[in-house]
Design a protein around this ligand. Structure first.
Ligand code: HDE
Length: 703
């Protein structure tokens, strides 16, 4: 035994055998079930704490292959992030068909009722980089990969049913404009800057989408509480080659819910991982989020009745005109094992369709079919990204594509072409193989858009008038917020000139919020807007809430001597509703309640502001309340919940804290409930089913 070895002292921590080195560093050594550390080549490693040196203080030796390999691999850990949708989070699950479309399509995934098809879903924001925060005002990606028996079908959608632009050729401009400005490298993950609004206001086709991203759709409370849309019109193709138009929708079983803007700003500081943590927590606690797949099916005759073109991705078909047929369910029931391997390396491609599903001539979709394959090759380093387990089909696949960087599927045998005389497959199959619909195409080569792409305002107006009062106010406030960040007054004014074609009250409200000196002229529309489209209730979030408080989270502020019976009442009522409760306390170790029990906390107050919860309850004891009166974090906990129109429950002893937070007796509205006995907790949760007490909001948002 060397001197060094004899100096090592064996200690045991949590059942793991470790040794202590001369400088006190711990060495975990292979023993029992712990395997021996090796290099990539499988060579066992004796010491992973010190490089080889010429003498204890000497220079490091180049000969140290273990060290070189370790550092080399570390240096190469990063791959380029996605050029858009860089920040995202994925989960596994399955899709199950409940209603067959077998008469319209040869796609087995849409024909075979009851079969479970494995699924991987990645949600994302668009503009921010991989390390940006979750609650940016932004569109959310909703990308679904279904590993069907006929190959992978990627439905690469968003949580908003329309898009900014009509033709793929404008995508780089649009993305450049919204991302950080190229000279200064900021702002990060936000559209609130001159370049975005400059581009948008010079491109009237963005107006409908602008209304959506200024709405609360762009600040969802959770990935679980948002809809998904295929956006484009696609096709279903039957065995005879006949096609039917289809628009795809994902409807969350959990109902729709968003946060409010001031809350979003604060969540980004308190928990930049708010959405990914929420998804992780929900799935790992068995609260599997679920969506229904809905379809809108129509033919050319129906499409021709509209004033807009169904190939235009800035338009939607209101559900009230063409009802959604719900045909299946998507359940997410497994988190990833490894974020990089799955969420980062998953490669969605709009071109990944299966027999029975086809494209339309939507110029945005056509462009996407090029872009996704191209971008994956760059991002994942070569054409074999399809061999990565998360991207490989789960059905058998055979072809003669070969070689390239990192080839993992290397066919055996002599034949690597077809036809061949060696009797070796694979071969094409006209019966089961993919056939596009046999659409007759005839037209001059031209760089034009269809005439019915020209109306940019009618559906923007329809969206606005479909919203409830608080939602309309939020849209107005969002325009004011974003445009207030634009330095150039001409840009602010130009946006208002478009809004005048959407809704006069909205335009005037925004102009007033910006303190524009004079109202601009309305922008001359390329096509006269239709102003009598009826409201579509399906477009409002508030009108499509869950009707329950399941899967939502209550933050309960507690201190030593919190009333145990009341707290137990809250816990019991929450359990019945499937609501999560998190205790927020002066110290994370917890509090001793009146029954003498130690109740561990989920958060220390400073780390658990009320913006992280859907509703709050203040159950501090008289002494505890006194202690917290001087704590700004405790006051903010209550004041923010009040300002964000949340339901607030409180015990009698907590009343001084409400007052300190600026909630006077006359402010005690129907959204605030005094909890006196355990049964009151049930009443409180029943109230919470409305999610917010919107009637309070006009009072709290004076500016
Ligand atoms: Fe994408 N989009 N996109 N997009 N998109 C990408 O592909 C693109 C569009 C969407 O979680 C990129 O893998 C073009 C509409 C999602 O991995 C890229 C155009 C919709 C995701 C790309 C669009 C989307 C992407 C970047 C206009 C909703 C994330 C990285 C013609 C229907 C997928 C990547 C994931 C990602 C191109 C417009 C949804 C560059 C050219 C419309 C959900 O290929």
């Amino acid at each position: 035994m060397s001197d060094e070895e004899t100096q090592r002292k064996k200690v045991t921590i949590d059942d793991q055998t470790i040794q202590r080195g001369p400088q006190g560093a711990t060495h975990q050594v292979a023993e029992g079930d712990i395997p021996t550390l090796t290099t990539q080549q499988g060579t066992p490693v004796a010491d992973d704490q010190n490089t080889y040196k010429a003498g204890a203080r000497g220079p490091t030796l180049l000969e140290d292959f273990h060290f070189r390999e370790k550092i080399f691999h570390f240096d190469h850990e990063r791959i380029p992030e996605r050029v858009v949708h860089a920040r995202g989070y994925g989960a596994h699950g399955f899709f199950e068909l409940t209603d067959s479309l077998g008469d319209l399509t040869t796609a087995s995934v849409l024909s075979k009722v009851g079969e479970r098809v494995p699924a991987f879903v990645r949600f994302s924001t668009v503009a921010g980089n991989k390390g940006s925060f979750d609650l940016a005002r932004d569109v959310r990606g909703f990308a679904v990969k279904l590993y069907t028996e006929q190959g992978n079908w990627d439905l690469v959608g968003n949580n908003i049913p329309v898009f900014f632009i009509q033709d793929a050729i404008k995508f780089p401009d649009m993305v450049h404009a919204v991302k950080e400005e190229p000279d200064r490298g900021f702002p990060q993950a936000q559209s609130a800057h001159d370049n975005f609004w400059d581009f948008a206001s010079l491109s009237p086709e963005t107006v409908h989408m602008l209304l959506w991203i200024m709405s609360d759709r762009a600040i969802p409370r959770s990935f679980r509480f948002m809809e998904g849309f295929g956006v484009h019109s696609f096709r279903l193709i039957d065995a005879q080659g006949k096609s039917t138009y289809v628009k795809f929708h994902w409807k969350p079983k959990q109902g729709l819910q968003s946060v409010v803007w001031n809350e979003a700003l604060k969540i980004n500081g308190a928990d930049p991982d708010f959405h990914r943590r929420d998804l992780w927590d929900a799935i790992t606690s068995g609260n599997y989020p679920e969506w229904e797949l809905g379809v809108q099916l129509f033919d050319d005759e129906f499409a021709d009745k509209f004033d807009f073109d169904i190939l235009d991705a800035t338009k939607l078909i209101p559900e009230e005109i063409l009802p959604i047929r719900r045909i299946g369910r998507l359940v997410l029931d497994r988190v990833v094992d490894n974020f990089f391997a799955e969420t980062e390396q998953v490669a969605f491609c709009t071109q990944n369709v299966v027999p029975g599903i086809g494209f339309t001539n939507d110029p945005l979709l056509q462009g996407r079919n090029f872009s996704y394959l191209d971008t994956q090759t760059k991002r994942l380093g070569g054409p074999n990204f399809t061999h990565i387990p998360i991207n490989a089909p789960k059905c058998p696949f055979h072809n003669f594509q070969q070689d390239g960087h990192m080839a993992m599927h290397n066919p055996k045998g002599r034949a690597n072409y077809e036809p061949n005389s060696w009797g070796a497959g694979p071969r094409e199959n006209p019966k089961t193989g993919y056939n596009a619909n046999a659409e007759q195409i005839d037209g001059p080569k031209t760089r034009e858009r269809g005439e019915r792409f020209a109306d940019h305002y009618s559906q923007a107006r329809q969206f606005f008038i479909s919203q409830t009062q608080p939602e309309q106010t939020h849209i107005k406030n969002a325009f004011v917020f974003e445009l207030s960040k634009c330095e150039n007054p001409a840009i602010r004014s130009r946006v208002v000139s478009h809004l005048l074609n959407v809704d006069e009250t909205l335009a005037k409200g925004v102009a007033e919020g910006l303190r524009l000196e004079k109202l601009p002229q309305a922008a001359p529309p390329a096509r006269t807007p239709i102003t009598n489209l009826p409201p579509s209730p399906a477009l409002s979030i508030v009108k499509n809430g869950p009707g329950n408080f399941s899967g939502r989270k209550i933050g309960v502020l507690v201190t030593d001597d919190t009333d145990a019976a009341l707290l137990d009442g809250v816990l019991a009522a929450a359990k019945t509703e499937n609501t999560i409760v998190e205790l927020v306390a002066p110290a994370v170790g917890g509090v001793k309640t009146t029954d003498g029990k130690l109740r561990p906390a989920g958060q220390k107050i400073v780390g658990g502001p009320s913006v992280l919860y859907d509703a709050v309850i203040v159950l501090t004891s008289a002494e505890g309340t006194k202690l917290l009166l001087g704590e700004s974090t405790a006051r903010d906990f209550v004041a923010d919940a009040f300002a964000h129109a949340k339901f607030i429950g409180f015990g009698e002893d907590a009343a001084p804290l409400l007052e300190k937070a600026g909630i006077t007796k006359s402010d005690l509205d129907d959204g605030i409930l005094l909890l006196q006995k355990a049964a009151d907790a049930t009443k409180f949760i029943e109230k919470c089913r409305d999610l917010r007490f919107w009637a309070r909001e006009p009072k709290t948002h004076a500016v």
